[in-house]
Ligand binder design. Structure first.
Ligand code: ADP
Ligand code: MG
Length: 501
Protein backbone atom coordinates (compact mmCIF):
# COMPACT_ATOMS: atom_id res chain seq x y z
CA UNK A 1 0.00 0.00 0.00
CA UNK A 2 1.23 3.43 -0.95
CA UNK A 3 1.11 6.48 1.30
CA UNK A 4 0.97 9.63 -0.74
CA UNK A 5 3.17 11.95 1.31
CA UNK A 6 3.06 14.59 -1.32
CA UNK A 7 -0.74 14.74 -1.21
CA UNK A 8 -0.83 14.69 2.61
CA UNK A 9 1.60 17.61 2.69
CA UNK A 10 -0.38 19.58 0.13
CA UNK A 11 -3.42 19.39 2.41
CA UNK A 12 -1.66 21.66 4.89
CA UNK A 13 -2.18 24.46 2.37
CA UNK A 14 -5.77 23.58 1.57
CA UNK A 15 -7.93 26.66 1.96
CA UNK A 16 -11.06 24.64 2.88
CA UNK A 17 -9.17 23.18 5.81
CA UNK A 18 -7.97 26.56 7.00
CA UNK A 19 -11.48 27.88 6.68
CA UNK A 20 -12.64 24.94 8.80
CA UNK A 21 -9.93 25.71 11.37
CA UNK A 22 -11.45 29.18 11.69
CA UNK A 23 -14.90 27.65 12.19
CA UNK A 24 -13.63 25.25 14.86
CA UNK A 25 -11.79 27.99 16.76
CA UNK A 26 -14.84 30.23 16.61
CA UNK A 27 -17.24 27.51 17.65
CA UNK A 28 -15.08 26.18 20.46
CA UNK A 29 -14.26 29.61 21.88
CA UNK A 30 -17.89 30.70 21.77
CA UNK A 31 -18.94 27.45 23.45
CA UNK A 32 -16.27 27.84 26.10
CA UNK A 33 -17.07 31.45 26.96
CA UNK A 34 -20.85 30.99 26.94
CA UNK A 35 -20.44 27.72 28.83
CA UNK A 36 -18.37 29.49 31.48
CA UNK A 37 -20.99 32.21 31.94
CA UNK A 38 -24.01 29.89 31.92
CA UNK A 39 -22.14 27.31 33.99
CA UNK A 40 -21.35 29.94 36.59
CA UNK A 41 -25.00 30.91 36.93
CA UNK A 42 -25.88 27.23 37.27
CA UNK A 43 -23.21 26.74 39.92
CA UNK A 44 -24.53 29.72 41.90
CA UNK A 45 -28.07 28.40 41.57
CA UNK A 46 -26.88 24.97 42.68
CA UNK A 47 -25.52 26.53 45.88
CA UNK A 48 -28.55 28.69 46.50
CA UNK A 49 -30.48 28.06 49.70
CA UNK A 50 -33.66 28.50 47.63
CA UNK A 51 -34.88 24.97 47.05
CA UNK A 52 -36.57 25.60 43.72
CA UNK A 53 -33.42 27.19 42.32
CA UNK A 54 -30.97 24.55 43.45
CA UNK A 55 -33.24 21.65 42.48
CA UNK A 56 -33.71 23.09 38.99
CA UNK A 57 -29.96 23.56 38.58
CA UNK A 58 -29.29 20.02 39.80
CA UNK A 59 -31.90 18.69 37.37
CA UNK A 60 -30.35 20.58 34.47
CA UNK A 61 -26.87 19.30 35.28
CA UNK A 62 -28.08 15.74 35.71
CA UNK A 63 -30.02 15.77 32.42
CA UNK A 64 -27.47 17.38 30.13
CA UNK A 65 -24.59 15.37 31.51
CA UNK A 66 -26.53 12.16 30.86
CA UNK A 67 -27.38 13.01 27.27
CA UNK A 68 -24.79 12.07 24.60
CA UNK A 69 -23.78 15.18 22.69
CA UNK A 70 -24.39 13.47 19.36
CA UNK A 71 -28.01 12.80 20.28
CA UNK A 72 -28.45 16.36 21.48
CA UNK A 73 -26.94 17.76 18.27
CA UNK A 74 -29.29 15.82 16.01
CA UNK A 75 -32.19 16.69 18.23
CA UNK A 76 -31.49 20.44 18.22
CA UNK A 77 -30.79 20.53 14.50
CA UNK A 78 -34.06 18.77 13.71
CA UNK A 79 -36.18 20.75 16.12
CA UNK A 80 -37.63 22.88 13.29
CA UNK A 81 -39.47 19.78 12.06
CA UNK A 82 -41.64 20.02 15.16
CA UNK A 83 -41.40 23.74 15.81
CA UNK A 84 -41.04 25.39 12.40
CA UNK A 85 -40.53 28.78 14.06
CA UNK A 86 -37.12 27.70 15.35
CA UNK A 87 -35.78 27.21 11.83
CA UNK A 88 -34.75 30.87 11.66
CA UNK A 89 -31.91 30.03 14.01
CA UNK A 90 -31.53 26.28 13.90
CA UNK A 91 -31.33 25.77 10.16
CA UNK A 92 -27.87 27.27 10.45
CA UNK A 93 -25.63 24.35 11.50
CA UNK A 94 -23.20 26.68 13.29
CA UNK A 95 -25.97 28.10 15.49
CA UNK A 96 -27.52 24.67 16.10
CA UNK A 97 -24.09 23.22 16.93
CA UNK A 98 -23.29 26.11 19.25
CA UNK A 99 -26.59 25.78 21.12
CA UNK A 100 -26.20 22.04 21.60
CA UNK A 101 -22.58 22.38 22.70
CA UNK A 102 -23.34 25.18 25.16
CA UNK A 103 -26.32 23.31 26.64
CA UNK A 104 -24.16 20.29 27.25
CA UNK A 105 -20.95 22.04 28.29
CA UNK A 106 -22.67 24.36 30.76
CA UNK A 107 -23.62 21.29 32.76
CA UNK A 108 -20.00 20.13 32.99
CA UNK A 109 -18.59 23.59 33.56
CA UNK A 110 -21.13 24.25 36.35
CA UNK A 111 -19.52 21.44 38.31
CA UNK A 112 -16.04 22.85 37.66
CA UNK A 113 -17.19 26.24 38.95
CA UNK A 114 -18.77 24.64 41.98
CA UNK A 115 -15.35 23.30 42.90
CA UNK A 116 -13.89 26.80 42.53
CA UNK A 117 -16.66 28.39 44.56
CA UNK A 118 -16.26 25.87 47.36
CA UNK A 119 -12.55 26.68 47.46
CA UNK A 120 -13.22 30.33 48.32
CA UNK A 121 -13.03 30.48 52.10
CA UNK A 122 -16.14 31.47 54.04
CA UNK A 123 -14.09 34.19 55.72
CA UNK A 124 -13.78 35.96 52.36
CA UNK A 125 -17.55 36.29 52.07
CA UNK A 126 -17.78 37.46 55.67
CA UNK A 127 -15.08 40.06 55.16
CA UNK A 128 -17.01 41.43 52.17
CA UNK A 129 -20.26 41.41 54.07
CA UNK A 130 -18.68 43.13 57.07
CA UNK A 131 -17.57 45.90 54.70
CA UNK A 132 -21.20 46.44 53.72
CA UNK A 133 -20.80 44.99 50.22
CA UNK A 134 -24.01 43.32 49.00
CA UNK A 135 -24.38 39.86 47.44
CA UNK A 136 -23.67 40.94 43.85
CA UNK A 137 -20.63 43.00 44.82
CA UNK A 138 -19.16 40.22 46.92
CA UNK A 139 -19.56 37.80 44.03
CA UNK A 140 -18.07 40.15 41.47
CA UNK A 141 -15.20 41.62 43.48
CA UNK A 142 -14.24 38.81 45.80
CA UNK A 143 -15.66 35.42 44.90
CA UNK A 144 -15.59 35.22 41.10
CA UNK A 145 -11.93 36.27 40.65
CA UNK A 146 -10.78 33.75 43.24
CA UNK A 147 -13.09 30.95 42.10
CA UNK A 148 -12.07 31.43 38.45
CA UNK A 149 -8.43 31.31 39.41
CA UNK A 150 -8.94 27.96 41.15
CA UNK A 151 -11.05 26.59 38.29
CA UNK A 152 -8.86 27.85 35.45
CA UNK A 153 -6.65 24.76 34.93
CA UNK A 154 -9.74 22.57 34.74
CA UNK A 155 -11.52 25.10 32.52
CA UNK A 156 -8.52 25.14 30.19
CA UNK A 157 -8.69 21.38 30.03
CA UNK A 158 -12.39 21.61 29.23
CA UNK A 159 -11.61 23.94 26.33
CA UNK A 160 -9.48 21.23 24.77
CA UNK A 161 -12.29 18.74 25.19
CA UNK A 162 -14.61 21.20 23.46
CA UNK A 163 -12.23 21.62 20.49
CA UNK A 164 -12.36 17.89 19.93
CA UNK A 165 -16.10 17.66 20.49
CA UNK A 166 -16.68 20.13 17.67
CA UNK A 167 -15.80 17.30 15.28
CA UNK A 168 -19.19 15.79 16.17
CA UNK A 169 -20.90 18.79 14.63
CA UNK A 170 -19.99 17.30 11.24
CA UNK A 171 -23.12 15.12 11.62
CA UNK A 172 -25.27 18.19 11.13
CA UNK A 173 -23.13 19.13 8.13
CA UNK A 174 -21.24 22.06 9.56
CA UNK A 175 -18.11 22.17 7.48
CA UNK A 176 -15.62 21.84 10.29
CA UNK A 177 -12.29 20.05 9.94
CA UNK A 178 -13.53 16.47 10.02
CA UNK A 179 -16.28 17.09 7.47
CA UNK A 180 -13.86 18.78 5.08
CA UNK A 181 -11.64 15.70 5.38
CA UNK A 182 -14.52 13.32 4.80
CA UNK A 183 -15.64 15.21 1.72
CA UNK A 184 -12.11 14.97 0.31
CA UNK A 185 -11.53 11.26 0.89
CA UNK A 186 -14.94 10.23 -0.42
CA UNK A 187 -13.74 11.66 -3.73
CA UNK A 188 -10.17 10.35 -3.86
CA UNK A 189 -10.15 7.48 -1.31
CA UNK A 190 -6.88 8.74 0.21
CA UNK A 191 -8.29 8.19 3.70
CA UNK A 192 -5.04 7.92 5.65
CA UNK A 193 -3.44 10.96 4.04
CA UNK A 194 -6.52 13.07 4.60
CA UNK A 195 -6.97 11.96 8.20
CA UNK A 196 -3.33 12.74 8.88
CA UNK A 197 -4.02 16.32 7.82
CA UNK A 198 -7.22 16.36 9.92
CA UNK A 199 -5.20 15.20 12.94
CA UNK A 200 -2.58 17.85 12.24
CA UNK A 201 -5.14 20.66 12.33
CA UNK A 202 -6.66 19.52 15.62
CA UNK A 203 -3.26 19.11 17.25
CA UNK A 204 -2.30 22.55 16.00
CA UNK A 205 -5.35 24.24 17.53
CA UNK A 206 -4.96 22.43 20.84
CA UNK A 207 -1.25 23.25 21.03
CA UNK A 208 -1.69 26.94 20.33
CA UNK A 209 -4.52 27.32 22.82
CA UNK A 210 -2.83 25.23 25.51
CA UNK A 211 0.08 27.62 25.28
CA UNK A 212 -2.15 30.70 25.47
CA UNK A 213 -4.16 29.33 28.38
CA UNK A 214 -1.00 28.51 30.27
CA UNK A 215 0.11 32.09 29.82
CA UNK A 216 -3.24 33.30 31.13
CA UNK A 217 -2.95 30.99 34.12
CA UNK A 218 0.48 32.30 34.96
CA UNK A 219 -0.76 35.85 34.52
CA UNK A 220 -3.55 35.25 37.03
CA UNK A 221 -1.42 33.40 39.56
CA UNK A 222 -1.17 35.76 42.50
CA UNK A 223 1.53 33.72 44.22
CA UNK A 224 3.88 34.46 41.29
CA UNK A 225 3.26 38.19 41.30
CA UNK A 226 5.86 40.76 42.14
CA UNK A 227 4.86 43.58 44.46
CA UNK A 228 3.37 46.46 42.49
CA UNK A 229 5.06 49.81 42.65
CA UNK A 230 3.06 52.46 44.47
CA UNK A 231 4.25 55.96 43.70
CA UNK A 232 5.67 57.60 46.77
CA UNK A 233 4.67 61.20 46.72
CA UNK A 234 4.39 62.90 50.07
CA UNK A 235 1.78 65.24 48.69
CA UNK A 236 -0.69 62.48 48.11
CA UNK A 237 -0.69 61.30 51.69
CA UNK A 238 -3.72 62.83 53.33
CA UNK A 239 -4.08 63.45 57.01
CA UNK A 240 -6.48 61.07 58.59
CA UNK A 241 -8.40 63.14 61.03
CA UNK A 242 -8.89 61.55 64.42
CA UNK A 243 -11.94 59.39 64.56
CA UNK A 244 -15.58 60.20 64.89
CA UNK A 245 -17.19 63.00 66.82
CA UNK A 246 -19.42 61.85 69.65
CA UNK A 247 -23.12 62.23 69.03
CA UNK A 248 -24.58 63.92 72.04
CA UNK A 249 -27.00 61.84 74.02
CA UNK A 250 -26.81 58.70 71.88
CA UNK A 251 -24.91 55.58 72.72
CA UNK A 252 -22.62 54.26 70.01
CA UNK A 253 -24.07 50.80 70.49
CA UNK A 254 -26.86 49.47 72.66
CA UNK A 255 -27.57 45.76 72.92
CA UNK A 256 -30.77 44.81 74.69
CA UNK A 257 -31.83 41.31 75.68
CA UNK A 258 -29.72 39.61 72.99
CA UNK A 259 -30.33 35.88 72.82
CA UNK A 260 -29.22 33.21 70.37
CA UNK A 261 -29.37 29.44 69.95
CA UNK A 262 -27.38 27.12 67.77
CA UNK A 263 -29.85 24.24 67.57
CA UNK A 264 -30.38 23.16 71.18
CA UNK A 265 -27.39 25.09 72.47
CA UNK A 266 -28.17 28.49 73.98
CA UNK A 267 -25.06 30.52 73.12
CA UNK A 268 -26.19 33.98 74.19
CA UNK A 269 -28.49 34.45 77.15
CA UNK A 270 -30.19 37.80 77.52
CA UNK A 271 -27.15 40.01 76.97
CA UNK A 272 -27.37 43.74 77.72
CA UNK A 273 -24.47 45.94 76.76
CA UNK A 274 -24.14 49.66 76.19
CA UNK A 275 -21.09 51.26 74.65
CA UNK A 276 -20.63 55.04 74.68
CA UNK A 277 -18.80 56.99 72.00
CA UNK A 278 -15.08 56.86 72.56
CA UNK A 279 -15.34 53.94 74.93
CA UNK A 280 -13.16 50.83 74.70
CA UNK A 281 -14.77 47.64 75.95
CA UNK A 282 -12.93 44.35 76.18
CA UNK A 283 -14.76 41.05 76.33
CA UNK A 284 -12.93 38.27 78.10
CA UNK A 285 -13.92 34.81 79.22
CA UNK A 286 -13.17 31.14 78.75
CA UNK A 287 -13.30 29.44 75.39
CA UNK A 288 -16.82 28.63 74.22
CA UNK A 289 -18.43 31.29 76.40
CA UNK A 290 -19.99 33.01 73.38
CA UNK A 291 -17.61 35.95 72.88
CA UNK A 292 -17.16 35.41 69.14
CA UNK A 293 -20.86 34.81 68.65
CA UNK A 294 -21.71 38.02 70.49
CA UNK A 295 -19.33 40.17 68.48
CA UNK A 296 -20.48 38.60 65.20
CA UNK A 297 -24.09 39.38 66.00
CA UNK A 298 -23.15 43.04 66.49
CA UNK A 299 -22.69 43.58 62.76
CA UNK A 300 -25.18 41.00 61.58
CA UNK A 301 -22.74 38.26 60.54
CA UNK A 302 -24.86 36.07 62.84
CA UNK A 303 -28.54 36.67 63.30
CA UNK A 304 -30.07 37.19 66.74
CA UNK A 305 -33.09 35.19 67.93
CA UNK A 306 -34.05 37.61 70.65
CA UNK A 307 -33.35 41.21 71.54
CA UNK A 308 -32.18 44.18 69.53
CA UNK A 309 -29.17 46.28 68.71
CA UNK A 310 -29.20 50.05 68.24
CA UNK A 311 -26.40 51.87 66.50
CA UNK A 312 -25.91 55.58 67.22
CA UNK A 313 -29.41 55.68 68.67
CA UNK A 314 -31.01 54.16 65.56
CA UNK A 315 -32.54 50.66 65.28
CA UNK A 316 -29.99 48.39 63.57
CA UNK A 317 -30.64 44.71 64.27
CA UNK A 318 -33.57 42.81 65.72
CA UNK A 319 -34.01 39.18 66.79
CA UNK A 320 -35.97 37.00 64.38
CA UNK A 321 -38.35 35.94 67.16
CA UNK A 322 -39.12 39.51 68.18
CA UNK A 323 -42.43 41.02 67.15
CA UNK A 324 -42.60 44.24 65.17
CA UNK A 325 -41.94 45.25 61.63
CA UNK A 326 -38.83 43.86 59.98
CA UNK A 327 -36.00 46.39 59.76
CA UNK A 328 -35.18 45.56 56.16
CA UNK A 329 -32.00 45.08 54.26
CA UNK A 330 -31.32 48.79 53.79
CA UNK A 331 -31.20 49.49 57.53
CA UNK A 332 -28.92 46.52 57.88
CA UNK A 333 -26.46 47.59 55.16
CA UNK A 334 -26.51 51.23 56.28
CA UNK A 335 -25.58 50.04 59.76
CA UNK A 336 -22.92 47.57 58.71
CA UNK A 337 -20.86 50.20 56.91
CA UNK A 338 -20.61 52.08 60.18
CA UNK A 339 -19.25 49.08 62.04
CA UNK A 340 -15.71 47.92 61.23
CA UNK A 341 -14.78 44.30 61.87
CA UNK A 342 -11.35 42.74 62.35
CA UNK A 343 -11.25 38.95 62.26
CA UNK A 344 -9.02 36.48 64.00
CA UNK A 345 -7.79 35.17 60.63
CA UNK A 346 -7.45 38.58 58.95
CA UNK A 347 -9.50 37.48 55.91
CA UNK A 348 -7.61 39.76 53.56
CA UNK A 349 -8.45 39.40 49.87
CA UNK A 350 -5.53 37.38 48.47
CA UNK A 351 -6.01 38.56 44.87
CA UNK A 352 -5.72 42.25 45.75
CA UNK A 353 -2.71 44.30 46.75
CA UNK A 354 -2.52 45.75 50.24
CA UNK A 355 -3.69 49.15 49.01
CA UNK A 356 -6.51 47.61 46.97
CA UNK A 357 -7.59 45.58 50.00
CA UNK A 358 -7.90 48.80 51.96
CA UNK A 359 -9.73 50.63 49.16
CA UNK A 360 -12.01 47.89 47.87
CA UNK A 361 -14.99 48.83 50.02
CA UNK A 362 -14.79 52.65 49.90
CA UNK A 363 -14.39 52.40 46.12
CA UNK A 364 -17.36 50.08 45.87
CA UNK A 365 -19.45 52.48 47.96
CA UNK A 366 -18.17 55.46 45.97
CA UNK A 367 -17.06 57.36 49.06
CA UNK A 368 -14.79 59.81 47.25
CA UNK A 369 -12.79 60.30 44.07
CA UNK A 370 -10.17 57.69 43.37
CA UNK A 371 -7.33 60.13 44.07
CA UNK A 372 -8.81 61.07 47.42
CA UNK A 373 -9.35 57.45 48.35
CA UNK A 374 -5.81 56.57 47.34
CA UNK A 375 -4.52 59.31 49.60
CA UNK A 376 -6.72 58.02 52.41
CA UNK A 377 -5.53 54.45 51.84
CA UNK A 378 -1.88 55.44 51.93
CA UNK A 379 -2.45 57.55 55.03
CA UNK A 380 -4.11 54.64 56.80
CA UNK A 381 -1.28 52.34 55.78
CA UNK A 382 1.22 54.84 57.19
CA UNK A 383 -0.79 54.89 60.38
CA UNK A 384 -0.43 51.12 60.80
CA UNK A 385 3.22 51.30 59.75
CA UNK A 386 2.85 49.64 56.37
CA UNK A 387 3.11 52.48 53.86
CA UNK A 388 6.03 50.87 52.07
CA UNK A 389 4.12 47.59 51.70
CA UNK A 390 1.17 49.15 49.83
CA UNK A 391 1.95 47.35 46.57
CA UNK A 392 2.47 43.89 48.04
CA UNK A 393 0.02 41.02 48.07
CA UNK A 394 -1.19 39.61 51.40
CA UNK A 395 0.84 36.40 51.09
CA UNK A 396 3.99 38.53 50.92
CA UNK A 397 3.39 39.85 54.46
CA UNK A 398 3.78 38.38 57.94
CA UNK A 399 0.67 37.57 59.97
CA UNK A 400 1.12 40.67 62.10
CA UNK A 401 1.41 42.86 59.02
CA UNK A 402 -1.65 41.24 57.49
CA UNK A 403 -3.66 41.96 60.60
CA UNK A 404 -2.57 45.60 60.53
CA UNK A 405 -3.73 45.81 56.89
CA UNK A 406 -7.05 44.32 58.01
CA UNK A 407 -7.35 47.09 60.61
CA UNK A 408 -6.58 49.74 57.98
CA UNK A 409 -9.14 48.13 55.67
CA UNK A 410 -11.84 48.38 58.33
CA UNK A 411 -10.85 51.98 59.16
CA UNK A 412 -11.07 53.00 55.50
CA UNK A 413 -14.85 52.80 55.79
CA UNK A 414 -14.70 55.46 58.54
CA UNK A 415 -16.62 53.29 60.97
CA UNK A 416 -18.26 54.64 64.11
CA UNK A 417 -17.51 51.44 66.00
CA UNK A 418 -14.71 48.91 65.56
CA UNK A 419 -15.14 45.27 66.52
CA UNK A 420 -12.16 42.97 67.05
CA UNK A 421 -12.47 39.21 67.47
CA UNK A 422 -9.26 37.97 69.03
CA UNK A 423 -7.14 39.99 66.63
CA UNK A 424 -3.84 38.57 67.86
CA UNK A 425 -4.57 34.95 68.65
CA UNK A 426 -3.53 33.69 65.21
CA UNK A 427 -0.15 35.43 65.48
CA UNK A 428 3.30 34.33 66.60
CA UNK A 429 4.05 35.87 70.01
CA UNK A 430 6.65 38.29 68.66
CA UNK A 431 4.15 39.75 66.19
CA UNK A 432 1.42 40.44 68.74
CA UNK A 433 2.95 43.67 70.06
CA UNK A 434 2.78 45.63 66.78
CA UNK A 435 -0.90 44.85 66.33
CA UNK A 436 -1.77 45.70 69.93
CA UNK A 437 0.08 48.98 69.56
CA UNK A 438 -2.07 49.97 66.58
CA UNK A 439 -5.22 49.19 68.59
CA UNK A 440 -3.86 51.13 71.54
CA UNK A 441 -3.23 54.17 69.31
CA UNK A 442 -6.82 53.97 68.09
CA UNK A 443 -8.04 53.84 71.68
CA UNK A 444 -6.02 56.95 72.47
CA UNK A 445 -7.56 58.76 69.50
CA UNK A 446 -11.00 58.06 70.86
CA UNK A 447 -12.18 55.26 68.58
CA UNK A 448 -15.14 53.35 69.97
CA UNK A 449 -14.11 49.72 70.17
CA UNK A 450 -15.25 46.33 71.36
CA UNK A 451 -12.42 43.85 71.61
CA UNK A 452 -12.65 40.15 72.28
CA UNK A 453 -9.22 39.15 73.51
CA UNK A 454 -7.15 36.69 75.48
CA UNK A 455 -4.45 39.30 76.03
CA UNK A 456 -5.43 40.04 79.62
CA UNK A 457 -2.73 42.57 80.31
CA UNK A 458 -3.67 44.52 77.22
CA UNK A 459 -7.39 44.32 78.00
CA UNK A 460 -6.93 45.69 81.49
CA UNK A 461 -4.56 48.45 80.36
CA UNK A 462 -6.40 49.78 77.34
CA UNK A 463 -10.07 49.30 78.19
CA UNK A 464 -12.46 51.65 79.89
CA UNK A 465 -14.57 48.65 80.71
CA UNK A 466 -13.98 44.92 80.84
CA UNK A 467 -16.80 42.42 80.38
CA UNK A 468 -16.36 38.89 81.66
CA UNK A 469 -18.52 36.29 79.89
CA UNK A 470 -19.23 32.70 80.73
CA UNK A 471 -21.74 30.23 79.26
CA UNK A 472 -23.37 32.89 77.11
CA UNK A 473 -23.91 35.33 79.96
CA UNK A 474 -22.19 38.48 81.15
CA UNK A 475 -21.04 37.43 84.60
CA UNK A 476 -19.27 40.60 85.62
CA UNK A 477 -18.52 43.97 84.01
CA UNK A 478 -16.87 47.17 85.13
CA UNK A 479 -13.79 49.32 84.94
CA UNK A 480 -10.53 47.36 85.04
CA UNK A 481 -9.76 48.64 88.55
CA UNK A 482 -13.24 47.79 89.77
CA UNK A 483 -13.09 44.34 88.27
CA UNK A 484 -9.70 43.50 89.72
CA UNK A 485 -10.69 44.75 93.17
CA UNK A 486 -14.08 43.07 93.28
CA UNK A 487 -13.48 39.98 91.23
CA UNK A 488 -15.83 37.08 91.72
CA UNK A 489 -14.37 33.75 92.68
CA UNK A 490 -14.98 32.45 89.15
CA UNK A 491 -13.31 35.39 87.48
CA UNK A 492 -10.42 35.17 89.90
CA UNK A 493 -9.80 31.62 88.78
CA UNK A 494 -10.01 32.65 85.12
CA UNK A 495 -7.52 35.49 85.60
CA UNK A 496 -5.22 33.20 87.53
CA UNK A 497 -5.26 30.75 84.63
CA UNK A 498 -4.57 33.69 82.32
CA UNK A 499 -1.66 34.62 84.62
CA UNK A 500 -2.76 38.17 85.23
CA UNK A 501 -3.20 37.91 88.98
P1 ADP B 1 -15.87 31.92 72.22
O1 ADP B 1 -15.57 32.88 71.16
O2 ADP B 1 -16.14 32.55 73.54
O3 ADP B 1 -14.83 30.85 72.35
P2 ADP B 1 -18.05 31.08 70.52
O4 ADP B 1 -18.95 32.24 70.43
O5 ADP B 1 -17.14 30.82 69.39
O6 ADP B 1 -17.23 31.16 71.88
O7 ADP B 1 -18.90 29.79 70.75
C1 ADP B 1 -19.90 29.67 71.76
C2 ADP B 1 -20.53 28.30 71.66
O8 ADP B 1 -21.27 28.20 70.45
C3 ADP B 1 -19.53 27.16 71.65
O9 ADP B 1 -20.06 26.11 72.42
C4 ADP B 1 -19.45 26.77 70.19
O10 ADP B 1 -19.16 25.42 70.07
C5 ADP B 1 -20.83 27.09 69.69
N1 ADP B 1 -20.84 27.52 68.30
C6 ADP B 1 -20.15 28.55 67.77
N2 ADP B 1 -20.42 28.71 66.46
C7 ADP B 1 -21.30 27.74 66.14
C8 ADP B 1 -21.97 27.36 64.94
N3 ADP B 1 -21.79 28.03 63.78
N4 ADP B 1 -22.81 26.30 64.99
C9 ADP B 1 -23.01 25.62 66.15
N5 ADP B 1 -22.42 25.93 67.31
C10 ADP B 1 -21.57 26.97 67.32
MG1 MG C 1 -13.87 33.06 69.91
Amino acid sequence: MQFDWHYAFSLLFNSDFWHAVGTVVELSLATWVLGIVLGFLLALARQSPKRLLNRSAALYIWFFRSLPLLVLLIFVYNLPQVFPGTSVVLSNPFAAGLIALVLSEAAYIAEIHRGGLLAVAKGQLEAGKALGIGYGGVQRLIVIPQALRVALPTLANEYITIVKLTSLVSVISLSEILLVGQQLYTQNFLVMETMLAVAFYYVLIVTVFSFLLQRLERHLDVSQRKPKGVADSRAEIADVEPVQPAQAGAKALRVQGAGKHYGQLEVLKDIDLEVSFGEVVSIIGPSGSGKTTLIRTLNGLEGLDRGSVELCGQPFLRGTLETGAALGNRVHLDGIVQVGMVFQNFNLFPHKTVLDNVLLAPRHHGHASDAQLRALGLALLSKVGLREHAGKYPHQLSGGQQQRVAIARALAMRPKVMLFDEPTSALDPELVGDVLKVIEDLAREGMTMIIVTHEMKFAFQVSDRVVFMESGKIVQAGSPRDLLDNRSERMGRFLKDAQLA
